[in-house]
Design a protein around this ligand. Structure first.
Ligand code: SAM
Length: 280
């Protein structure tokens, strides 16, 4: 399958990866985090990584853990930027720092395709990377996430970026999208980054492979005639041909690209982050 690579930028570098971990630089601060996609051997040893890194995430359960400080007096909260958008980073117990750098290629796609006053919808929006980028083009941005703390975090990022006017929607993504369809709303750009596993509106367990057709259907009802849709999925059960077939049935006249979202380490290793689908 075709790969689409996100690039490093001055404030982010994936330095090396391997043995289920990755070494990353965020501004001046370097971290070691677990990553199941790094199933190969790294170029440098863990001992060498630890000499460089400021923090290492120690997994305690499959979803939670703690950060070990490797260099004393390093701040635990700091900022990095991408194209005038400022992100406030912090060390979370879920091993994330506040952005998913593999999304960089989507941010560039949005930057090139959304125009002033067009409507942009970010579903499963997390801390708002795509929202800030669309807002920096003066689009009319709706940002939806079902976790209050990440909406608060996104607002901080908007303020740090000297931006305003993003519409914050604290709701279940499918519930909100369904209400928007009933209201007759249309969007010129939609991005969805649903988790592989999650809780639905009634706290029911759902898996992306079962919810995917419903997400695509709702997007087809919300997307304007000339609009674009981006969907990231992370499930071995949702393969390229299945994704393509479902999307084609709802968007028979649009161009559809399914690729592997990837990042290359400075040491030359490739990490894959699931399927990236663009419809335009
Ligand atoms: C994988 S993250 C998205 C990352 C984002 N693309 C980015 O690069 O910043 C998934 C997000 O979906 C949110 N979420 C999970 N279930 C949801 C639901 N049912 N409705 C809305 N948001 C949900 C989580 O709170 C989380 O912020």
């Amino acid at each position: 399958m075709k790969r689409i690579y996100s690039s490093h930028w001055s404030d982010y570098e994936l330095i090396d990866a391997g043995n289920d971990k990755k070494l990353e630089r965020w501004g001046n601060i370097i971290t070691i985090r677990p990553d199941r996609n790094a199933y190969f051997s790294p170029i440098k040893s863990l001992k060498e990584w630890k000499q460089q890194a400021h923090f290492e995430f120690i997994e305690e359960t499959s979803s939670k853990g703690t950060w070990k400080t490797l260099k004393q007096n390093t701040p635990k909260e700091w900022q990095i930027s991408y194209k005038n958008c400022v992100f406030n980073l912090r060390l979370t117990q879920f091993k994330h720092l506040g952005i998913f750098p593999e999304q960089q290629t989507n941010w560039d796609f949005i930057k090139s395709n959304i125009k002033p006053n067009e409507k942009f919808l970010n579903l499963f929006a997390y801390t708002g990377g795509a929202s800030l980028i669309a807002n920096s083009n003066k689009a009319d941005v709706f940002h939806c996430d079902s976790v209050k703390q990440v909406i608060t975090w996104s607002k901080e990022n908007m303020e740090s970026s000297n931006q305003e006017n993003i519409h914050w929607v604290f709701d279940d993504a499918l519930k909100f999208a369904t209400k928007e369809v009933k209201r007759g709303k249309k969007y010129d750009g939609i991005i969805m980054d649903p988790p592989a596993f999650g809780l639905g509106a009634k706290k029911e367990r759902w898996k992306i492979e079962t919810k995917f057709p419903e997400l695509v259907k709702i997007a087809s009802e919300l997307l304007s005639h000339k609009g674009f849709l981006i969907i990231n999925t992370y499930s071995p059960k949702l393969k390229e041909d299945k994704i393509f077939g479902i999307i084609k049935s709802y968007f028979p006249n649009k161009k559809i690209e399914v690729s592997k979202l990837s990042l290359k380490t400075t040491t030359g290793k490739t990490l894959e982050y699931g399927e990236l689908t663009r419809v335009y």
